[in-house]
Design a binder for this molecule. Structure first.
Ligand code: SF4
Length: 394
């Protein structure tokens, strides 16, 4: 209930895209690719009976594969790519001595809010696309090249904790190949649950399976994108490496996670070799509003700010399962933190599949090709949109 009430899109009646996805899956000429967002692995089985088995990411992969996709990949791979770009952007931002903070831009609810309410601050949004959109762009270019197929034959489906992601996929400029949107359909976790029931997938019999490769390889830094403070922490791990040439302790920035924001958001200063980096993290639009107001009035000043529209981050997203009387976002956030702690690799820049993608295809972060495929000018599309009852924008 609370999640829907807080849904930043105002799209209380979500559009059901499950049939369109099944049409693509059953079309023998279409190559169907699923990508699964970080926060989905923390909640996918909440409305399913797994017969006592733990709802691990491996069982989630097996369940989604049973729907008939050709490939099941991980949005968290693209989250690692987002970090490569965004950490590089942050370093440029600091070098230029720019006024005011750079803001994260991977949450379309926040981007939309910033553009409507704080247009001056919106000019400082990171241009790096969200993991969902980076995945779509790479699936239809880099991966199409690996497969040796026309990108028009590829149909990308996102499983997201979010309703606003349906709109993000339709924004202008999100068509990298001229063959249609990079992400063809976006389904919520509730729609995933519905699909598994429609196809009579015996989730209680599933054994764990791995994501497909290479776009299914991800690090702990990618997994924490789904919880408030996660994008900031992942970006700092990599920015520190880019500046010093060495890795910090993977938990060096753990203070970002601590509870109890004083003014509705959390703020910290971290000592880098040559300066103090001042950061702030907010989740929930009321908190984001208070933070933006403080920045505009000069009552607060930061170098880098993360904002997520939903309370607790995507774990509290409007596309998550709803269980009346329960708010599960804190538990889901813990699940993502544990997955990070247990990950073999915890730095985005150490992801071998990401390294291969740069070596073979993108070149360096912020290269011409990276700018073209992985960045977007938020000024491209006008605000405000009118949201219609089926969740689309007119
Ligand atoms: Fe979507 Fe996550 Fe932003 Fe909520 S916090 S609007 S779920 S991207």
């Amino acid at each position: 209930g609370q999640c829907i009430a807080n849904c930043p899109t105002g799209a209380l009646h979500e559009r059901d895209d499950t049939e369109r996805v099944f049409d693509a899956i059953f079309d023998p000429d279409t190559i169907t690719i699923a990508q699964v967002a970080p926060a989905v692995r923390s909640s996918w089985a909440e409305l399913l009976d797994l017969g006592g088995k733990p709802p691990t990411p491996g069982r989630m992969v097996a369940a989604i594969r049973r729907l008939g996709f050709d490939y099941v990949f991980d949005t968290d791979f693209a989250a690692d790519v987002t970090i490569m770009e965004e950490a590089s952007e942050l370093i440029e931002h600091l070098k230029e001595g720019a006024e005011g903070p750079m803001f994260t831009s991977c949450c379309p609810g926040w981007v939309r809010f910033a553009k409507t309410r704080y247009p001056e601050l919106a000019k400082k949004l990171s241009t790096t696309k969200s993991p969902q959109q980076i995945f779509g762009a790479l699936a239809k270019t880099y991966y199409a090249e690996i497969l040796g197929v026309d990108p028009a034959k590829i149909f990308v489906v996102s499983y997201m904790p979010c309703v606003a992601k349906k709109m993000e996929a339709a924004y202008p400029g999100m068509d990298s190949t001229g063959t249609g949107p990079d992400v063809d359909a976006v389904l919520s976790v509730r729609e995933l649950t519905r699909q598994l029931r429609q196809r009579f997938v015996n989730v209680d019999l599933l054994e764990e399976e791995d994501f497909d490769r290479p776009l299914g390889v991800a690090t702990g830094a990618g997994h924490i994108f789904g919880v408030t403070g996660g994008v900031m922490e992942a970006a700092l791990r990599t920015a520190y490496n880019f500046v010093t040439g060495e890795n910090p302790d993977a938990d060096a920035f753990h203070e970002i996670r601590s509870e109890g924001p004083e003014r509705g958001w959390r703020e910290k200063g971290f000592q880098l070799p040559d300066r103090t980096l001042r950061i702030a993290v907010a989740s929930g639009l009321a908190n984001a509003d208070a933070l933006c107001r403080a920045i505009e009035r000069g009552e607060a000043s930061y170098d880098f700010v993360e904002v997520m529209a939903c309370p607790g981050g995507c774990v509290g997203g409007g596309g998550q399962p709803i269980i009346e009387g329960f708010n599960l976002s804190a538990d889901r956030g813990c699940t993502l933190r544990i997955i990070d702690e247990q990950s073999e690799l915890r730095f985005s820049h150490e992801n071998p599949a990401v390294k291969a993608c740069y070596d073979d295809f993108l070149g360096e972060p912020l290269s011409e090709r990276a700018e073209e495929l992985l960045h977007s000018d938020h000024g491209d599309w006008a605000m405000p949109f009118r949201v219609t009852a089926d969740g689309t924008e007119a």
